[in-house]
Design a protein around this ligand. Structure first.
Ligand code: NAD
Length: 273
């Protein structure tokens, strides 16, 4: 599939809107790129987080295995969490919420941990979080729950590794680290919903992080059409029915407008007569 770049975006928007308006069951699959327009950097772009941190360090094994691993993790978290907390949903998040209200979106399967889909108005039951959520944490020993806000206060006060205040155990955020299994219930639900879709819409994902990136592949194999809106090429572009190499927020704001026009009760369907 030849991608439509930003310059040819108008045609791409019209084609995506037509697919969204005509599909029986649409499922969105989002990655870090859907939140960059909200000011949260992604992992793989040139100015993304991994340009400054080495991803090989941030594994589940390193976090669990040593105080030093946790110290490095929390040093990264101290930088990234304020961005998540300060971020507001952008036009792409809002468009997905609006499409859901219009009955045009079944659900959104996300790799993001920022909670912006829910904050844009997508009901929690329509958001499947494959990699958890950054706003909560809990002690792995005694189960005590912590908000990330409370842990952040301790980090800012100079605590390098915020252990459990009740039992001294290891406190881990509700996010899935490299090398950690994804939450089983979310994986099963994602597989079921993606398998039942007739249009899978990818927004802002490199489609390079596995096993999450199996979701669009699974939908494709089950017969769904595939539309990809991403700034950079992805390994699935060649298999996709529509590829727009443009900003997700810009595209989705325009797509929503076009879908609304198509779905308006008084929209005239040309009959050719
Ligand atoms: P990624 O960083 O691997 O890829 C992001 C993709 O989005 C890139 O290909 C980039 O070209 C594209 N992109 C960036 N800005 C865009 C925009 N405005 N419009 C369209 N495309 C844009 O992200 P991934 O595929 O989600 O995988 C990385 C992992 O990072 C995931 O596991 C996710 O959990 C985690 N992560 C999450 C957040 C978040 O919650 N906001 C932020 C960083 C990383």
């Amino acid at each position: 599939m030849h991608p439509t770049d930003a310059a040819g975006c108008e045609d791409g928007v019209a084609r995506l809107a037509a697919r969204l308006a005509g599909a029986r069951r649409v499922v969105a699959f989002t990655g870090a790129g859907v939140s960059t327009e909200s000011g949260i950097p992604d992992f793989r772009s040139r100015d993304g987080v991994w340009a400054r941190f080495d991803p090989r360090e941030f594994t589940y094994q390193n976090f669990i295995g040593s105080v030093e691993g946790r110290r490095r993790y929390w040093a990264l978290g101290r930088e990234t969490y304020p961005l998540i907390r300060a971020a507001a949903p952008n036009a792409a998040h809002s468009a997905l919420a609006a499409l859901h209200r219009l009955g045009r979106l079944d659900c959104c399967i996300t790799q993001n941990i920022d909670g912006l889909h829910q904050r844009a108005g997508l009901p929690a039951e329509a958001v499947i979080e494959l990699h958890g959520n950054a706003t909560r944490a809990r002690c792995l020993e005694c189960g005590a729950a912590y908000t990330r806000d409370a842990l952040h206060v301790r980090l800012e006060a100079g605590v390098a590794v915020p252990d459990c205040e009740r039992c001294g155990g290891v406190v881990k955020p509700h996010t899935i680290l490299f090398g950690e299994a994804m939450p089983q219930a979310a994986v099963e639900e994602a597989r079921r919903r993606a398998g039942a879709a007739d249009l899978l819409l990818v927004l802002g994902s490199s489609l390079a992080v596995f096993p999450a990136a199996y979701v669009p592949r699974h939908a494709r194999r089950a017969g769904a059409a595939l539309a990809i809106v991403n700034l950079e090429p992805t390994p699935l572009d060649r298999e996709a029915d529509l590829v727009l190499r443009a900003q997700a927020g810009v595209v989705m704001a325009a797509v929503l407008e076009a879908v609304r026009a198509r779905c308006a009760p008084d929209a005239v369907t040309p009959t050719g007569g």
